[in-house]
Every structure is written in structure tokens, then in C-alpha cells.
Write a protein that binds this ligand. Structure first.
Ligand SMILES: *Cc1c(COP(=O)(O)O)cnc(C)c1O
Length: 353
């Protein structure tokens, strides 16, 4: 008998998820119906933000976040080189220039000191996109302070961190996605992430104007709001005021999202139990250094990441034992596209390979 593989990631779909999806399939509207709106409202409340906009995937959400903050040709935006490609690509896809600031050795998150070094050398930056790597929040207070000082936007890439919360230096609990220290926060609902809609993503914000721009850019740059139109020819009239794509998510997917969101809390608890078990084993292991995990936190982890000298051997050993681990990540600046386009070289960021 073949030994069962422990997959890299696997969604949990129960009968209630299936029934929620079936209900929409039997309803008149498969897309642009009421379920998208309901999911957005529940998600915004869950994150403690005023607004949420759901879209086709996390990559589109990141792209739109840059778009509504007016990233365009040659604008420089700072992000981490240790992330999934989509974070940096979202800047480049808007014509901007991703500039990397190195990560902190213990948190594996973007280092605010390295951000400031960049900012001191050049005043032409437009924004910062920190990633809450593995679910561990980036240094948001420091990053927000830099953004204020240098007049930059902040987009949180929280694709690893849905449902987590952390205490700021005033002792106030901050939910990931509440945008207390950012303009926009982005999530992904790919099946390996905390909850899934098949493919899906969302942006949360407290800024009404950004929210309205997100809605408009989600659907071809069209508005049918009489307040926003240059002319009004009647109830049938609509205007395309910007150039954009169709990034709309379906009601079918949002029904799954709503059903999954209800279970997010119990899944986060289970993830924390597992993290604690791993920590108790690896914290004193001679050749394995896990990512820093604060004790007694309410974080929502996506990955358990360790550093290890014998990475290739460990990877092969685990795969030979049917445990499907991954390397997180191939540093973005070392990808052939980034090398060819921006000339980034190996060794540019000391904390990464
Ligand atoms: C998953 C992920 C994305 C992209 O989300 P998709 O839904 O797969 O498009 C972006 N950033 C990070 C950090 C991610 O982990």
C-alpha cells in the first residue's frame, strides 16, 4: 500500500459549504448578486474595517490596491524580496518600480530600518507594501510612522494573516485588515490560505473614496452613480471613466467564502496548537531555526517556516517521507524577470540566499 502524502496545503470543505454553494447555483444570480455584498460586509466586520471589496484573486486585489493609489509609470514602491511574486508584480503591472528593502533576520519580515535607509537616500518613493510573512505581522507602527514622515501610502499584503490580531504599543488590540496603520489591506482566498473561495481575494479599507475607486476599477472603470457621471441621460446610462479589467468574483464563490469565514476562528486556534507543538520541538533544536513566534499572541499563521543549513537534504528527506514541504520563497529579486528588467543581483539582500 502506498503511504499517504501529507500535502503542502489542503482546504477543508464540509457539507454546509457545499449546501451554501448549491443554494446560489439554484438562485437567479450567479454573479453580481447579493451574496458578493454579504460576503464583503461580513469580511469587513471580521477584520474591523469599514469597507471590503471582493475580487477574483489576491493578485488582482494587490494590482487594484496599487491602481487606486495611483501607482503609474516609474513610481517607486518599497516591498520585501521575501514574498510570493504577486506582491512585487502588483507594482510592476501598474508600470511602477518595485524596490526591495531587506528583511529582519528573526521575523523574516521587511525591516523598517532598511526602509528608512532607502527613503533617506531618495525622496521619490510613493508607497510601502509590507507582507505579514507566514502570518507574523510586519512592524506596522514603525512602517506607518515612516509613511507619515515621507508622505507614502501603505498597503498591507495580509494574504498570510487573515483573522489574526496583535497588540500595538498603546496596548490596543489591532485586527489584521482593520487598516489602523495602512490605507488598504489585501487578502487571498486561494485554497492554501486560511479560508477559500476557490480563487478569490479582497481589499479592506476605511477610506470611502478608495473604496469607491476599487468598486469602479473592479468592473471596467464603469460607474452608474449619477453623482459621479459627467452627464446623465437617464436610468440606463453609465460611463466608463477609467481603463480597467473585469475583476469580479462570483456569488457562487462568495457563498463558499461566507460559509468558510464562520469557521475561521476554530481553524486559527488549531493552527496555533500545531505551531506550539512545533515550537516546543524546534526552539531547542541545534540545526533548525524557526521564524520568531511571539508567545501568547492571537496571530493567524499560514506557514511554519524554519531556517536550516542542510536545506536541500531536509527537503529531499521530507519529500521521500511523503511530507510535501516548500521553500518560502525563491527571493523575488533573483527571478530571471527581475534580474533582466531591473538588474537585481544575488547577494543584494544579505538575509536571503
Ligand atoms: C497567495 C499570495 C498572493 C496572491 O494571491 P492569489 O489569490 O494566489 O492571487 C499574494 N501575496 C502573498 C504573500 C500570497 O501568499
Amino acid at each position: 500500500m502506498k503511504k499517504q502524502t501529507i500535502p503542502y496545503g489542503r482546504q477543508t470543505i464540509n457539507q454546509d459549504d457545499i449546501e451554501a454553494v448549491l443554494e446560489v447555483l439554484k438562485s437567479p444570480l450567479l454573479t453580481q448578486g447579493p451574496v458578493v455584498r454579504e460576503f464583503e460586509e461580513k469580511l469587513a466586520a471580521y477584520c474591523g474595517a469599514q469597507y471590503a471589496v471582493a475580487v477574483i484573486n489576491g493578485t488582482a486585489a494587490l494590482y487594484l490596491a496599487n491602481k487606486v493609489l495611483n501607482v503609474s509609470a516609474q513610481d517607486k514602491v518599497i516591498t520585501t524580496p521575501n514574498t510570493f511574486l504577486a506582491t512585487a508584480n502588483s507594482i510592476a503591472l501598474n508600470g511602477g518600480r518595485p524596490i526591495f528593502a531587506d528583511i529582519h533576520r528573526e521575523t523574516f519580515n521587511i525591516d523598517p530600518d532598511k526602509i528608512e535607509t532607502l527613503l533617506l537616500g531618495d525622496d521619490a518613493y510613493k508607497g510601502i507594501i509590507p507582507v505579514h510573512f507566514g502570518g507574523l505581522p510586519a512592524a506596522m507602527e514603525e512602517i506607518a510612522a515612516l509613511a507619515q514622515k515621507y508622505n507614502l501610502f501603505v498597503i498591507e499584503d495580509a494574504c498570510h494573516a487573515l483573522g489574526g490580531s496583535w497588540k500595538d504599543s498603546n496596548g490596543e488590540l489591532q485586527k489584521i485588515g482593520n487598516c489602523a496603520y495602512s490605507d488598504l489591506t489585501v487578502f487571498s482566498f486561494h485554497p492554501v490560505k486560511h479560508i477559500t473561495t476557490g480563487e478569490g481575494g479582497a481589499i479592506t479599507t476605511n477610506n470611502k473614496e478608495l473604496y469607491e475607486r476599487l468598486i469602479q476599477f473592479r468592473s471596467h472603470g464603469i460607474t452608474s452613480d449619477p453623482q459621479k457621471m459627467s452627464e446623465n441621460h437617464g436610468r440606463w446610462y453609465y460611463e466608463m471613466q477609467y481603463l480597467s479589467f473585469n475583476f469580479r468574483i462570483t456569488d457562487i464563490q462568495c457563498a463558499l467564502g461566507l460559509s468558510q469565514l464562520k469557521k475561521s476562528g476554530q481553524w486559527i486556534k488549531r493552527r496555533n496548537e500545531i505551531i506550539n507543538i512545533y515550537d516546543s520541538i524546534f526552539d531547542s533544536h541545534p540545526s533548525i531555526t524557526p521564524q520568531y513566534h511571539p508567545k501568547d499572541s492571537n496571530l493567524s499563521y499560514h506557514l511554519y517556516i524554519v531556517q536550516c543549513e542542510a536545506r536541500d537534504e531536509l527537503y529531499s528527506f521530507l519529500h521521500n517521507h511523503n511530507i510535501a514541504v516548500q521553500v518560502h520563497y525563491v527571493p523575488v529579486h533573483l527571478q530571471p524577470y527581475y534580474n533582466a528588467t531591473y538588474g537585481y543581483k544575488k547577494g543584494a539582500y544579505q538575509s536571503l540566499s
